[in-house]
Design a protein around this ligand. Structure first.
Ligand SMILES: [Zn+2]
Length: 391
């Protein structure tokens, strides 16, 4: 009997563990605040400023608008002269009260400049003219603007930085000048504290498809940690084909890691200095568009092509990840950046967080299996005793 009681307690405990993790994510999904329509409205606001070319009045207007409408962040202009461009990155820091000094940082980034030419436009007379950049530029800024509204009230226990990069998309070959300048000016202490640099670019297409992008390579530990987190968050949000969301409805085919795309974007300068970074981007802009085709780098990149629903998919995924702590390495690894830990320890902490990232489903399956075995065992013990009593 004593043994059975212990089993029952264990059984209940294992059920509790398995249920709470699945419920945790879904109860957080219920409180998500990201508003896709609000985000989408800013795409028109941005395009109406005019082409956001480095050094232009439109560029300045955009920065001013962003800072004035999101006063909770501590904003700083980060100006550089590079390759003939006078560029200005906009960097905003949110340090929640009582946050540990020197603790982990999550950076959310997008380029806010719009392309100075339309080399893919069908009209040869228009290829030298700047594009509206509704999706290419506008969509990423829109998602960050809406997140910047919500983040201050999230009561996070770590810093969040928002980075709007300039001069990503200028010249014959876009060369990410703002991101390079920003990355190269980070101190080693800052690099060590950044657990995730999450870049959003061209994520407004109505036919949104987010494939895993590289770099980072499939063997990069931080890349795997972050992409695993994305996959885990996408399912409860109903963004994975046919997998049930929190309401039990089959998911849409939005996040799909059976495919991958090689993309050089603002995350690459970050990877080059050792910052864990990934790029959310849909390089097939328009229905049935081929990669790097459709409306991309044409005058058709207009606000009507950007979908509030698609912005919400990405915004909600980023918000859920922030609320769940999914973008952090682990509870402790970054908070003691000053302690000179060995490489072995670093790798260990990454492994641990990798396990965390593949969390809900695995914990649920393991918990349920454990519970089932215990249930059978307990029933056998009870039956055995029952049989014995009858005798
Ligand atoms: Zn572009």
């Amino acid at each position: 009997m004593k043994m059975s009681a212990v089993f029952v307690v264990l059984l209940l405990a294992s059920c509790t563990v398995s249920l709470t993790s699945a419920e945790d994510v879904c109860s957080t999904v219920e409180i998500l605040e990201f508003n896709g329509d609000s985000a989408n409205q800013t795409v028109t606001i941005q395009v109406d400023f005019g082409p956001r070319l480095p050094g232009s009045n439109a560029s300045m207007e955009l920065r001013k608008w962003f800072m004035e409408t999101r006063p909770a962040f501590d904003w700083r202009l980060d100006s550089h002269s590079r390759e003939g461009y006078n560029l200005t990155n906009l960097e905003g820091k949110l340090v929640p009260e009582n946050v540990q000094e020197g603790g982990p940082i999550v950076v959310l980034a997008a380029h806010y400049d719009s392309r100075d030419r339309a080399e893919r436009d069908q009209n040869p007379n228009m290829t030298d003219m700047p594009i509206p950049g509704a999706n290419d530029g506008g969509s990423g800024v829109a998602v960050l603007w809406e997140l910047a509204r919500i983040i201050p009230s999230m009561n996070l226990e770590h810093e969040v930085w928002i980075l709007l990069t300039d001069a990503e998309d200028q010249g014959p070959t876009p060369s990410m000048l703002g991101a390079k300048a920003w990355a190269e000016n980070r101190t080693s202490e800052e690099v060590a504290r950044i657990d995730a640099f999450l870049l959003v670019d061209m994520i407004g297409d109505a036919d949104l498809k987010i494939y895993r992008t590289f770099p980072p390579s499939p063997t990069n530990e931080d890349g795997n940690r972050l992409w695993n987190a994305v996959e885990q968050l996408a399912q409860p949000l109903g963004l994975i084909d046919n997998l049930s969301d929190c309401d039990g409805n089959p998911g849409m085919d939005v996040v799909n890691f059976s495919r991958s795309d090689g993309v050089i974007d603002d995350h690459v300068p970050m990877l080059n200095v050792g910052i864990p970074a990934i790029d959310f981007i849909d390089i097939r802009y328009g229905e049935n568009a081929t990669e790097w085709g459709g409306y991309w780098h044409t005058h058709e990149d207009t606000p009507d092509k950007v979908s509030a629903e698609s912005l919400a998919h990405i915004g909600r995924l980023l918000e859920l990840g922030l609320r769940q702590g999914s973008w952090l390495k682990s509870d402790n690894s970054s908070s003691d950046a000053n302690a000179s830990e060995s490489d072995v320890l670093e790798v260990d902490s990454v492994h641990t967080s990798n396990d965390d990232a593949s969390s809900t489903q695995n914990i649920f399956i393991a918990g349920t299996t454990f519970a089932a075995i215990l249930l059978i065992f307990t029933t056998l013990v009870f039956l055995h005793q029952g049989v014995r009593l009858k005798r």
